[in-house]
Design a binder for this molecule. Structure first.
Ligand SMILES: O=C(CO)COP(=O)(O)O
Length: 136
């Protein structure tokens, strides 16, 4: 499964703690991240991730392009709902594409934990069926 991890600055500590707590689940998958989030997760956990640009420089859009190809299976995006972001349109576009393609998306720690347990239980196997049907 391809999983993207993204966090706004005030949520970076949360995503680091999340990645530390679920390292042994996450490491079984192909991980992607926006630039700074990926660097911090990698530094604190040793997990290896494919890092895109930083969010304000297009990282959300790069992840969005994978979603648009139905090539991303789950997104954990700890958004900061209390701080305006210069790239708000990119963020909205990414969330919208998740809805277009029915991609499981967690925007806070509570939902992220539910998703990761679902992943561990195999509830997201339907994504593999989709990839098999598309020959990916
Ligand atoms: O801004 C972001 C998501 O919208 C995250 O970008 P960074 O991981 O580079 O901080």
């Amino acid at each position: 499964m391809k999983i993207a991890l993204i966090a706004h600055d005030k949520k970076k500590n949360d995503i680091i703690q999340f990645a530390q707590a679920y390292k042994y689940s996450l490491e079984k998958h192909e991980l992607y991240a926006t630039g700074t989030t990926g660097m911090k997760i990698s530094e604190h956990t040793g997990l290896s991730l494919h890092r895109f640009q930083s969010g304000p420089l297009g990282g959300d859009q790069q992840i969005g392009s994978m979603v648009a190809e139905n090539n991303m299976d789950m997104i954990i995006f700890f958004r900061d709902p209390l701080t305006a972001q210069p790239h708000e349109p990119d963020i909205t576009a990414l969330l919208r594409l998740c809805d277009v393609y029915n991609i499981p998306l967690a925007t806070n720690m509570g939902t992220a934990e539910v998703l990761i347990h679902a992943l561990e239980r195999g509830d997201l196997k339907w994504r593999e069926i989709i990839h098999d049907n598309e020959g990916k």
